[in-house]
Design a protein around this ligand. Structure first.
Ligand code: DON
Length: 350
C-alpha cells in the first residue's frame, strides 16, 4: 500500500521529467534538421562572386560553405565546413562597437559617430560629406567604414599595441578562443586600402577622429583580417543573443544592458544598402563581411553564422542570406513574430 502510494505520488513527476526530456530532445533534433535542410537546399546555389577588391579574398575557395547555430545551453549545431577560417572583415565592426559601448557608454557612439543608416555603400565618402552638411549632426553609424574607423579610434589604450590588445581580447572573449590575424589578408588589404586611409584622414579633418588617423585605419585593417570559422562566428552571435554572456565559456563579455544598442545598429545597418530588405524578411539583427560570413541574432533563442564567400551586388554572402532565412523561419527566430505575441493572438484575448 505504502509503495503504491509512493508510486502514485512520484508518477506525475516522472512523466513531467520524461516529457521535458522528450521536448528538449525534440527541439534539439529540430535545430539539427533545420541546419541540415538549409545546407542541402543551398549547397548548389551558384550566384554571387568572391570580393576581389582585396586580392587575397579573390583567392578563397568559393565552394566553402559552413553553417553553425548556437543555442542557450551552449550546444552547437553544424553542417558543412565550420573549421576553415576566413577573414572576419566587416563583422568585426560589431565587436569593436560593442567594446566602445561597454567602455564609454552607448551615448559615446551616438554623439561621436551617429546611429543612422546611411543608405549608401559601406565605404561611401559622400555619406561623410552629407553628414557634415545636414546641420553638422552625426548621420553615420559604426558599421560603415567612416564610423567603423572612428569606433576603432575610440578604443582606449595609450599605444597601438594596447588598443590592439583590447580589440583582439574582446573578439577572443566573444568567440571563446584565441583568434589570430590572417597575415596574407592583412598584407593584401594594407597594400590596397588607400580609400580607407583617405576616409580615416577625412574623419580626422572633420574631427570625428581626435588623433592619429593612420593608426586607426591600420588597426581597423588588422581587425578586418582576423581569422574566424563559422563556429567562431556563431558563438560570437550567440553571446549577443544571450545578454552578452558567452554560452560556451560562461564569461560575461559585455553587460546585458549594452547588448540592445549593439543589436539596434545591426538591425538598421548590418547588411548595408540591403539592411531594410533583410530586416523585412527575417527580423534579425545581423552583420555581413566581404570575407563571406554573416552572423545573425535571434535574441534569447540562438546565434547563427554562415560562411560562404560569393557575394551579391550589395556585398553580402548569397548562400549565407538564404541559409539563415531558411533556418530562422524553421525555428521561428523572427523576434517580431514572437511566440508570446502569437499565443495572445491565437487565444483570442484582447
Ligand atoms: O573596409 C573594407 O574594405 C573591408 N576591410 C571590410 C569591408 C566589408 O567587409 C564590407 N562588408 N560587407
Amino acid at each position: 500500500m505504502k509503495i503504491r502510494t509512493r508510486i502514485l505520488r512520484t508518477a506525475p513527476v516522472i512523466v513531467a521529467a520524461a516529457t521535458a526530456l522528450t521536448l528538449s530532445l525534440h527541439a534539439q533534433s529540430d535545430v539539427q534538421t533545420a541546419v541540415n535542410t538549409a545546407f542541402t537546399k543551398n549547397q548548389n546555389v551558384k550566384e554571387g562572386k568572391n570580393a576581389d577588391y582585396i586580392p587575397a579574398l579573390a583567392r578563397v575557395n568559393p565552394n566553402l560553405f559552413g553553417i553553425a547555430v548556437v543555442t542557450s545551453d551552449g550546444k552547437i549545431y553544424t553542417a558543412g565546413d565550420v573549421k576553415t577560417e576566413v577573414s572576419i572583415q566587416s563583422i568585426s565592426k560589431v565587436f569593436t562597437m560593442a567594446r566602445v559601448i561597454q567602455d564609454s557608454g552607448p551615448e559615446s557612439i551616438e554623439k561621436s559617430i551617429g546611429v543612422d543608416a546611411t543608405g549608401m555603400r559601406f565605404n561611401s565618402i559622400v555619406s561623410v560629406e552629407l553628414a557634415k552638411k545636414v546641420g553638422g549632426g552625426p548621420e553615420l553609424n559604426p558599421l560603415v567604414n567612416p564610423g567603423a574607423i572612428t569606433a576603432t579610434s575610440m578604443v582606449q589604450g595609450k599605444t597601438a599595441q594596447a588598443v590592439w590588445a583590447k580589440i583582439i581580447g574582446t573578439y577572443n572573449d566573444f568567440a571563446g578562443r584565441p583568434l589570430s590575424v590572417l597575415q596574407d589578408v592583412y598584407k593584401s588589404e594594407s597594400d590596397t586600402n588607400q580609400r580607407n586611409q583617405a576616409i580615416g584622414m577625412l574623419m580626422y579633418a572633420y574631427e570625428y577622429i581626435k588623433s592619429n588617423p593612420a593608426q586607426a585605419t591600420d588597426l581597423y585593417t588588422r581587425q578586418c583580417s582576423v581569422g574566424v570559422n563559422a563556429k567562431d562566428l556563431a558563438v560570437m552571435a550567440a553571446t549577443l543573443a544571450f545578454g552578452g554572456r558567452n554560452p560556451i565559456t560562461g564569461k560575461q563579455v559585455i553587460s546585458a544592458d549594452n547588448v540592445p544598442y549593439v543589436l539596434a545598429v545591426m538591425a538598421t545597418a548590418g547588411l548595408y544598402d540591403d539592411s531594410g530588405k533583410w530586416l523585412y524578411r527575417t527580423g534579425l539583427p545581423a552583420k555581413s563581411g566581404v570575407g563571406g560570413g554573416i552572423i545573425a541574432v535571434s535574441p534569447g533563442k540562438f546565434g547563427i553564422a554562415v560562411v560562404s564567400p560569393p557575394l551579391d551586388d550589395a556585398g553580402n554572402s548569397v548562400r549565407a542570406q538564404k541559409a539563415i532565412l531558411d533556418i530562422s523561419t524553421a525555428l521561428n527566430g523572427n523576434p517580431y513574430s514572437g511566440e508570446g505575441a502569437r499565443a495572445v493572438a491565437t487565444s483570442g484575448r484582447h
